[in-house]
Design a binder for this molecule. Structure first.
Ligand code: ADP
Ligand code: MG
Length: 243
């Protein structure tokens, strides 16, 4: 399958000052992201995965390098088309699981009646329907993490960033997470997933290896094998907001 480019990342560098020490979190990282692919970033703790995701979602700024959004909208990042599943989740404690997932649609002006069906479809696909009226604190960490994923998927982002999204999942839920990511990719969305779970990478189209701030190896998996392994699954995930 020929995929169109989405993001072109060139020579991205980022250092942090920690007391007298300079930490090189990213060193001249370059790679492309294509439409409709799920890409894993694999690397040991401290290798720069979170730094990279934080820069791509606009929470942090690179010291050097370029990020070019290549879908024709110009050379700036299209922030409104990017969502993230942060490692610390950031769920709103006072809102139910359902309301947390609905929140981005509400903020985008989608009325409640139109939001209900996409929210419910995602809650069901991610095994959250039984706790949808509960608060995040009444759910397990794995369920909270899947809620943050549903919240990121619900607007149909062009780019979905996920920081260790299977860190608290059992094997079945891990598959549900990757099915969610892959079905998003099947609609043309791109997913970039930081993980140190090598098992999980078999659900990704490509693997970027990060070591000490450098992207060192890139491997590609066969598309059809992946889809076969994850089928059958046909969740209805919302169309993109802007379309
Ligand atoms: P990973 O997500 O792969 O575990 P990070 O991107 O969080 O790695 O961190 C990469 C390196 O940058 C680590 O050495 C980390 O300690 C350092 N680092 C990350 N954020 C900061 C910060 N705000 N200040 C100082 N050092 C940081
Ligand atoms: Mg991290």
């Amino acid at each position: 399958m020929i995929r169109k480019p989405l993001l072109r990342i060139r020579n991205l560098s980022k250092s942090y000052q920690r007391g007298p020490e300079t930490v090189h979190a990213l060193r001249a990282v370059s790679f492309d992201l294509l439409e409709g692919e799920v890409v894993a970033i694999v690397g040991p703790s401290g290798s720069g995965k979170t730094t990279l995701l934080n820069i791509l979602c606009g929470w942090d700024r690179p010291d050097e390098g370029e990020i070019e959004w290549t879908n024709g909208s110009g050379d700036h990042l299209d922030w409104s088309a990017t969502t993230i599943v942060p490692q610390r989740l950031g769920l709103v404690a006072e809102l139910s699981i359902h309301e947390n997932v609905e929140l981005p649609l509400a903020l985008a002006g989608v009325n409640e009646a139109d939001a209900t069906s996409p929210v419910e479809a995602l809650l069901e696909a991610l095994g959250l329907d039984h706790i949808s009226e509960h608060l995040p604190t009444e759910a397990s960490l794995g369920e909270q993490q899947r809620t943050a994923l549903a919240r990121a998927l619900v607007t149909g982002p062009r780019l979905l960033l996920a920081d260790e999204p299977t860190g608290h999942q059992d094997a079945d839920s891990e598959r549900a997470v990757f099915r969610g990511l892959r079905s998003h990719a099947a609609t043309g969305g791109t997913c970039l997933v930081a993980t140190h779970n090598l098992e999980a990478t078999r659900f990704c189209h490509r693997i970027l290896r990060v070591d000490d701030g450098r992207v060192t190896v890139e491997t590609t998996s066969d598309d059809d094998d992946l889809d076969r392994e994850l089928s059958p699954f046909a969740p209805r995930i919302t169309p993109r907001l802007e379309e």
